[in-house]
Design a protein around this ligand. Structure first.
Ligand code: ATP
Ligand code: FE
Length: 335
């Protein structure tokens, strides 16, 4: 089975070719244009998708060394995401499936972040059901109980900002360029995580909140700058390490509670923030500390990519879950 997968939910135009659960090609065109605005501009995103989609799909086919006539089905991201961006991918997928007379498969982007763990990769073990998925990205922060490929339930999520936003907004306060998450990670590796203490939010149950942390950091920095205008420059590593440490503690507290409530000790992480080295190290340590088994996917499958859309497409192909071309994109969808 050869699946062409297309992802265009936000600001990356991506296409991948899978042969069953193996990735033959995984192409992403990043839209750097948004960096100068400090965030994704929806109108610009859909225009850039429009420009990128044909060359990106072409490149995916070429790299996989596959003719489009060999494709078994086309999978695309139905949502959640920016409507204008989603429409470019879905319209393209619909037309191509129609032209080639092959099945069309709609994929939930958040489900794809979870199921990315089922892509066949050497040296990467797949989780076994049931497991807990922690999806941490620029737009989402969720703990999901995964009982089967398409049986999953969100048991905790953010009530305001996503973890990625917490990283990016903190970085902005420090005067770092967007997206600041990877920079905080970089400086944090050189700093003392206990140098500064930020209060953690008190949110009941498995839900998260990050907007209070951002405000706490803002006030802290403003106050320190009055005493010493070079405070940020002189303490950047320690500030970043302390921010990252606080965010990781917030995540770990909820994960521990989720493990306690569900009795499930397998944790699979996904989403762009799972690239964070502090989070990766902390989870590895949790294996010895708490007897957890943790799964961290290959980096290219954690940020937005089409391979993860393809693996869901492959599962749906096996289940024969196909759509007609009247299927609609959805800015918001639950599982
Ligand atoms: P969604 O997947 O919810 O639609 P998105 O596309 O914005 O959101 P991703 O591309 O999965 O999200 O992740 C991007 C986010 O990950 C950004 O907020 C970025 O700062 C953050 N990020 C990436 N690398 C790191 C890192 N090493 N440490 C911390 N944050 C990181
Ligand atoms: Fe995503």
């Amino acid at each position: 089975v050869f699946i062409l997968a297309i992802e265009s939910s936000c600001d990356d135009t991506a296409a991948a070719i899978l042969q069953n659960d193996k990735v033959l090609s995984n192409v992403v065109a990043n839209q750097l244009i948004h960096n100068q605005y400090g965030g994704v501009v929806p109108e610009l995103a859909s225009r850039a998708h429009q420009q990128n989609i044909v060359p990106v799909v072409d490149a995916a086919l070429r790299k996989a060394n596959i003719q489009k006539e060999q494709l078994s089905a086309i999978a695309f991201t139905q949502g959640p995401g920016l409507m204008g961006s989603l429409l470019v991918g879905s319209s393209f997928a619909k037309s191509m499936a129609l032209a080639l007379q092959i099945p069309l498969i709609a994929v939930n982007h958040m489900q794809a972040h979870v199921l990315a763990h089922f892509i066949a990769e050497e040296n990467f073990e797949k989780p076994k059901f049931p497991f807990l998925a922690l999806t941490i990205s620029g737009g989402h922060t969720q703990i999901i109980k995964v009982d089967d490929f398409f049986e999953m339930k969100v048991i905790g999520e953010t009530t305001d900002d996503a973890v990625g936003e917490a990283f990016d907004k903190s970085a902005k306060i420090l005067g770092l360029p967007y997206p600041g998450g990877p920079l905080i990670d970089k400086y944090a590796q050189l700093g003392n995580p206990k140098a500064f203490v930020f209060t953690k939010p008190k949110v009941p149950g498995l839900d998260f909140s990050f907007s209070g942390l951002k405000t706490a950091i803002l006030y802290f920095i403003q106050k320190k700058k009055i005493e010493n205008s070079n405070f940020v420059d002189e303490n950047l590593n320690d500030i970043c390490a302390s921010i990252q440490h606080t965010i990781i503690e917030i995540l770990m507290d909820k994960l521990k509670l989720a493990v306690k409530e569900t009795g499930i000790k397998q944790i699979a992480i996904g989403g762009g923030v799972s690239a964070n080295s502090g989070i990766r190290n902390t989870l590895k340590k949790a294996e010895d500390l708490y007897g957890w088994k943790t799964f961290v996917p290959k980096f290219e499958y954690t940020t937005d990519n089409a391979a993860m859309i393809g693996i869901v497409g492959y599962q749906k192909f096996l289940n024969q879950t196909f759509e007609t071309s009247s299927v609609v994109s959805k800015a918001r969808i639950q599982f």
